[in-house]
Design a protein around this ligand. Structure first.
Ligand SMILES: [Zn+2]
Length: 275
């Protein structure tokens, strides 16, 4: 079977294809489903709408659609921010919607070449936009972040981010800087955000975080030295918490932060750190 192009034409669509639909950066959801069929969307697909291939499996495609008009009422749907699906559609379903969002964001922000300013066009065979004049290629960009749980026997370092509305205490995190390894990011971010030195930085797990296009690389790091001093900007409160007396933390099935915390708590209890 031939590979479907990354920007399928309307005529190439089949009745098996599935669609994820956005309007003004919000997802259209009906009941608990955000996946639409071709027949439900026929009327807007014919209307010069942007459609982009997200994934292809067993001959059927998952396609992202950016609706120009608000068709929420017509579809008896509601608009929801992608983030709200984190709690209702964990796992594979969320990752599908997240990928669709990232591809649409990339497409929306690379219509013109950053070098010469001319319009870009789709690459014929790859997920890339190419400058129509100087031929510079633009691939979807993923921004790597390190997220880390600093540990000290039966205690873990948790912080509350000044921007968090949830009130959760969570892991520290930050974007990788140019030229850094993720392990170096861990050491620098912990030092900058709470004034603590860490050692024995070790990778644990990762998560795509499509708000809009981060890759979260999760680490553990052992406490080495220093007193916790929140930077007062990003972090407004931080402290050591015993694994048996934790403040409200993010749930494990939603974010890698929640998983790092839960996995360590399980490990610490099994290792007999309890007092
Ligand atoms: Zn150019």
């Amino acid at each position: 079977m031939t590979q479907r192009s990354f920007f399928p034409g309307i005529g190439e669509l089949t009745d098996d294809d599935q669609f994820v639909l956005f309007h003004e950066r919000q997802l259209l959801v009906r009941g608990e489903s955000f996946v639409w069929s071709r027949s439900e969307l026929e009327f807007i697909l014919l209307d010069d709408t942007e459609i982009l291939l997200i994934d292809e499996q067993a001959g059927a495609s998952l396609i992202a659609v950016n609706a120009k008009q608000d068709i929420t009422q017509l579809l008896q749907a509601e608009k929801r921010p992608l983030r709200s699906l984190l709690t209702t559609h964990a796992g594979q379903a969320f990752s599908m919607a997240g990928k669709a969002n990232q591809v649409l964001e990339w497409y929306a922000s690379h219509r013109f070449c950053g070098i010469c300013g001319n319009p870009t066009v789709h690459h014929p065979a790859q997920r890339a936009l190419v400058c129509s004049s100087c031929e510079q290629q633009f691939f979807p960009r993923i921004n790597p972040c390190a997220i880390m749980l600093v540990v000290k026997d039966d205690e873990i370092l948790l912080a509350r981010n000044a921007r968090f509305k949830s009130g959760y205490y969570s892991c520290l995190s930050g974007f990788m800087e140019v030229g850094e390894t993720p392990e170096q990011t861990v050491v620098r971010e912990v030092r900058e955000e709470v004034g603590v030195e860490v050692e024995n930085v070790r990778y644990a797990k990762s998560q795509s975080w499509p708000f809009p296009s981060q890759l979260m690389l999760g680490f553990y790091a052992d406490y080495k030295s220093g007193d916790i001093t929140p930077d007062g900007e990003e972090i407004d409160a931080a402290g050591w918490f015993n694994v048996n007396r934790l403040p409200p933390v993010p749930p494990p099935n939603v974010s890698v932060a929640g998983e790092l915390i839960q996995d360590y708590v399980t490990h610490a209890r099994n290792a007999g750190f309890e007092k």
